[in-house]
Write a protein that binds this ligand. Structure first.
Ligand SMILES: *[C@@H]1O[C@H](CO)[C@@H](O)[C@H](O)[C@H]1NC(C)=O
Length: 386
């Protein structure tokens, strides 16, 4: 139900209006409340499930997974089964396409994007929900044969799975609280926030990176979502439009990453994530002790952004259609990039766990989950009884 169609009492309408005016006066548009220290302490790292050799989330992804091969199907199944088993409230949408590639002749290669969405339950997936999209690609490079792509992007995929797991209960609690308060469906912007996790296929080029040999899945999805329209009175016109921020993780999981801020338009979001890293380090919550932070460019001057200094990656088909992008990719790339050494042995578990915490906290802050991230005493008790 959208604004204007709900049955507001005059009193509630006045309150909402006052709230809106207050929000406009009091806060810069993109400001959100920081998570409290105690919430930061409650953010799980998932170190056990993210272990490259034994972790239930990461280790099954560390196989060659070239589109259209059995490895790709196995990883799809791993991701789908994980959500079905542990996070059944996330809606799954497959977005499939086919394409020829420069090295596979007249065969149509299948590309399958996996989109998992969790929206406030009263919204029924309509065009009034603005979403945080967390994104990584799950395919691996065709050559060298046997290429694993541990940082590229197995570890980022596992980090996103862990983040979904870390946010799920708090989302339920927040939305239950909103429903119980009677605010559900009033169209209050802060309440109409959802989250989407995109596992994209076919990021890699088969031969030489070009506009047509790369980003097979991302190009197909961005095109489809641009053409799909929501009902006329919706807040957002298309699913593409409804992405308030597209956070792309790539090449993460190696030691000592240096992730620059790439885009002035989303520097505020970069600063939000960097602030979380700084605060977590101060609180002693991160396992790595790098000389420089992972996200060192919070204070980058406006003039120091390179005018076309972006890296070709899955965000491009979305960016050229106007979606705001936060690209979390280190520069320089890990030394193992596109070599056979980009494997489990070259991952750093502490870095992966820290990224999982930072990304989970970033999303929790964006989704305003501060009061809902903690475990109640009862939950802790029932856990320890298991
Ligand atoms: C998309 O492809 C996957 C596997 O490649 C398949 O399991 C799924 O059913 C397909 N979905 C649709 C909607 O075609």
């Amino acid at each position: 139900m959208g604004p204007g169609t709900s049955n507001l009492s005059p009193w509630r309408a006045l309150l909402s209006l006052l709230g809106l005016i207050y929000a406009l006066l009091a806060a810069p548009v993109q400001a959100y409340a920081e998570l409290s220290d105690s919430t930061l302490r409650n953010i799980p790292s998932g170190a056990d499930v993210l272990n490259p050799h034994s972790g239930a989330l990461l280790s099954p992804i560390l196989v060659p997974r070239v589109p259209g091969t059995p490895g790709s199907v196995a990883v799809q199944r791993h991701i789908v089964d994980f959500f079905a088993r542990e996070l059944p409230q996330w809606r799954l949408e497959w977005q499939n396409s086919t394409s020829r590639t420069p090295v596979t002749g007249t065969t149509d290669i299948p590309f399958a994007n996996l989109v998992f969405t969790r929206d406030p339950p009263w919204t029924k997936g309509n065009g009034d929900v603005g979403r945080l999209a967390l994104v990584a690609h799950y395919d691996s490079l065709y050559k060298p044969e046997g290429f694993i792509g541990a940082t590229d992007s197995a570890a980022p995929c596992a980090i996103l799975m862990q983040a979904a797991r870390g946010l799920d209960a708090a989302l339920t609690k927040k939305w239950t609280a909103i429903e119980e308060s009677g605010d559900a469906g009033l169209g209050l912007e802060d309440d109409e926030k959802g989250i989407q996790i995109l596992f994209l296929d076919g990021e890699e080029a088969w031969e030489t990176w070009s506009d047509t040999d790369s980003l097979y899945g991302a190009r197909s999805l961005a095109e489809k979502w641009e053409a799909e329209t929501y009902p006329a009175q919706s807040t957002y016109q298309t699913p593409l439009n409804a992405i308030n921020l597209f956070v792309l993780l790539d090449l993460l999981g190696a030691i000592d990453p240096h992730v620059p801020s790439y885009f002035p338009a989303t520097h505020w979001a970069y600063q939000g994530m960097a602030n979380i890293e700084t605060r977590m380090r101060k609180l002693g919550l991160l396992d790595t002790k790098p000389k420089n932070p992972f996200l060192p460019e919070s204070h980058k001057a406006v003039g120091r952004f390179r005018s076309n200094g972006f890296i070709a990656d899955d965000h491009v088909p979305f960016m050229i259609r106007g979606v705001p992008i936060l690209h979390v990719i280190p520069m320089p790339f890990p030394p193992t990039w596109h070599t056979i050494d980009d494997d489990a042995d070259h991952l750093d578990l502490a870095s992966i766990g820290d990224w999982a915490k930072i990304v989970t906290a970033f999303a929790a802050e964006w989704l305003e989950l501060d009061e809902f991230m903690g475990q109640t005493r009862q939950e802790i008790r029932s856990r320890s009884e298991l």
